[in-house]
Design a protein around this ligand. Structure first.
Ligand SMILES: *[C@@H]1O[C@H](CO)[C@@H](O)[C@H](O)[C@H]1NC(C)=O
Ligand SMILES: *[C@@H]1O[C@H](CO)[C@@H](O)[C@H](O)[C@H]1NC(C)=O
Length: 321
């Protein structure tokens, strides 16, 4: 009872004290909160600096690439993905062939024309062919039409140099697949650009390429310079690339880049992917340097000028392949 009275007596005082204590706690908590708020802010700043640094680092790795048109992981099928661009004036300097000479220009990508299995068969063909010789630098080519194969700092003609041995390296089926695939590529280009496929001709150079990160030894190894196919080879009207390996798993670097006025747009290689475009200045392009692994592709070129047509390849003396 005495205690109770005392409490009551001090009631007012006690609540004052309690209030003070509470306010003190609140203040302390507030300052503690303010303290940790600074810490959180500091952490956020540090974190954003780290993220920015990482982002800068990652983008500096491919600082030239502003847009990925088609990534390796995408599957563009059944219809090609088409990007129209205005035709350059390059074609005016040549005789026009109605039904073939570009009127519509652009670039397109499709994964629906060549299967990954077919790409694998063709890659093995390239591997076997290139194993016969190969460039000292990182870029070798094998042209089944002319027989040209990189060897050291030069080229040899495989059909002449290896003679009958070639029939142990390539089979009739290999060549049949190659011809069949080029026919399908021709058909999809014709359909996409509204051409008559019978008025398009295969032209040279049409070749396999194998690229790794070994430094270039001659100019032939320097595949990465920006160029325009129709300026380099006047006969070209449509260029296509069939990729035989995968960007990211088989190799790094080695992306195809369309260099536009304000953008560098890439196509990431994927085994079986066909990328094709009109060959003029509207499609200035380059290939990134391969930084790791081996990149296989086939360049298949078409002209509208029958004078520049080349025949499909066949194994010499080939009925008993
Ligand atoms: C690139 O390929 C050539 C020819 O096969 C080979 O000698 C060289 O070691 C390869 N380079 C790398 C970095 O794998
Ligand atoms: C495109 O890449 C080239 C080098 O490959 C670079 O000089 C140019 O600035 C890039 N363009 C854009 C718009 O990023």
């Amino acid at each position: 009872m005495a205690l109770l009275r005392m409490r009551n007596a001090q009631g007012a005082n006690a609540t004052e004290i309690e209030k003070k204590i509470k306010r003190g706690n609140a203040l302390r908590q507030g300052s503690a909160w303010r303290g940790s708020r600074w810490l959180v802010a500091l952490l956020l700043v540090v974190l954003s600096v780290c993220v920015a640094a990482m982002w800068l680092y990652v983008t500096s790795l491919d600082s030239d690439v502003t847009e990925t048109l088609v990534g390796q992981g995408e599957l563009v099928t059944p219809q090609p993905r088409v990007y129209a661009v205005q035709c350059s004036e390059d074609y005016e300097n040549y005789k026009r062939y109605p039904g073939c000479t570009p009127v519509k220009c652009g670039r397109a990508v499709t994964d629906g024309v060549v299967t990954r299995e077919e790409a694998q068969v063709l890659r093995r063909l390239a591997e076997r062919g290139m194993a016969l010789a190969g460039s000292e630098g990182g870029a070798s080519i094998l042209d089944l039409h002319s027989g040209a194969l990189s060897m050291g700092k030069q080229f040899v003609n495989i059909y002449r140099y290896f003679g009958d041995e070639i029939r142990d390296v390539f089979t009739q089926e290999d060549f049949q697949l190659y011809r069949n695939v080029r026919g399908r590529i021709q058909a999809v280009i014709a359909e996409t650009f509204g051409l008559d496929p019978t008025l398009m001709y295969l032209t040279k150079p049409t070749f396999f390429s194998r690229i790794n990160s070994t430094a270039a030894k001659t100019q032939h190894d320097e595949y990465w310079h920006p160029h325009i196919d129709k300026v380099t080879y006047g006969s070209f009207d449509y260029t296509s690339l069939l990729y035989l390996s995968d960007y990211g798993t088989d190799f790094t670097g080695g992306r195809f880049i369309f260099m536009d006025q304000n953008d560098n747009r890439t196509v990431e290689p994927r085994a079986g992917r066909v990328s094709f475009f009109s060959s003029g200045t509207e499609n200035l392009h380059r290939v990134e340097k391969v930084t790791w692994g081996t990149r296989y592709a086939i360049t298949v070129s078409f002209t509208c000028d029958p004078a520049h047509a080349i025949a499909d390849p066949a194994i010499p003396g080939g009925t008993h392949g």
